[in-house]
Design a protein around this ligand. Structure first.
Ligand code: MN
Length: 229
């Protein structure tokens, strides 16, 4: 028996999968904050290992066409280049040793941030949702299956704008590692296939403007080109 709906459900938001005609159906986007010490310092925080904290973006924030639609009139809009972990399975209260079995593959994403809106929210003790989850705030490239590249734990992460390097770091500088993030999230959420985790950004975040060409690269994963329109 097919389910009847009172209106058409929203279509799945999907990502390309490198080397496959099939697509990756997304579920949620979890993001970790301050996961590289040098970025925590540049944002005015203690670089020591404080408990991890997370926020979410809706999957409607994904931009998969290589274009970031610039939101005008809301102050500075910052780039944050991040390794994206794509889950192929999930669970609740996942043990650290079992966490990597959940990973389907990896991608490159940008956690685009309305920095002035976020700063105001921080000051007033308000949520970050609008600063982090607005339409187009998660440009993301194809998911590369772990069966092709393994599980990268070191490798350069960088972002350039029009050929000028802005961000550089290394995956091995993550404060909380991928299995630790999965285990931590699974204490609060039943993780599922299709969930994405944006794993934090290295130092060097800064503003973008219309016309910029962003070029992100993660050694061992690939690269991503995004034009700001
Ligand atoms: Mn981020």
């Amino acid at each position: 028996m097919t389910t009847d709906f009172v209106m058409a459900p929203q279509p799945a938001v999907t990502l390309a999968v490198e080397g496959s005609p099939a697509r990756f159906p997304t579920n949620r986007i979890f993001c970790i904050g301050r996961n590289y010490a040098a970025h925590a310092v540049e944002m005015g925080h203690d670089p020591n290992r404080e408990p991890p904290f997370f926020f979410l973006k809706p999957v409607s924030a994904l931009a998969t066409d290589g274009i970031f639609p610039f939101p005008a009139g809301v102050g500075e809009v910052h780039h944050e280049v991040e390794l994206v972990v794509a889950l192929g399975s999930g669970g609740k209260d996942i043990a650290l040793e079992a966490a990597m079995h959940c990973v389907f593959g990896y991608g490159i994403g940008l956690d685009m941030t309305l920095r002035d809106v976020q700063a105001e929210a921080k000051k007033l003790g308000r949520p970050w949702d609008v600063a982090k989850g607005f339409d187009g705030s998660a440009p993301c490239g194809a998911i590369v299956p772990a069966t092709r590249i393994g599980h990268p734990t070191k490798g350069e992460v960088s972002l350039s704008i029009d050929g000028m390097e802005r961000q550089r770091g290394n995956l091995d500088q993550m404060i909380w590692k991928v299995p630790e993030m999965i285990a931590a999230l699974s204490r609060s959420f039943q993780l599922n296939a299709g969930d994405l985790i944006m794993t934090g950004t290295p130092a060097g975040v800064g503003p973008v403007k219309p016309g910029d060409h962003l070029w992100a690269q993660i050694e061992g994963v690939g690269n991503l080109t995004v034009r700001v329109e």
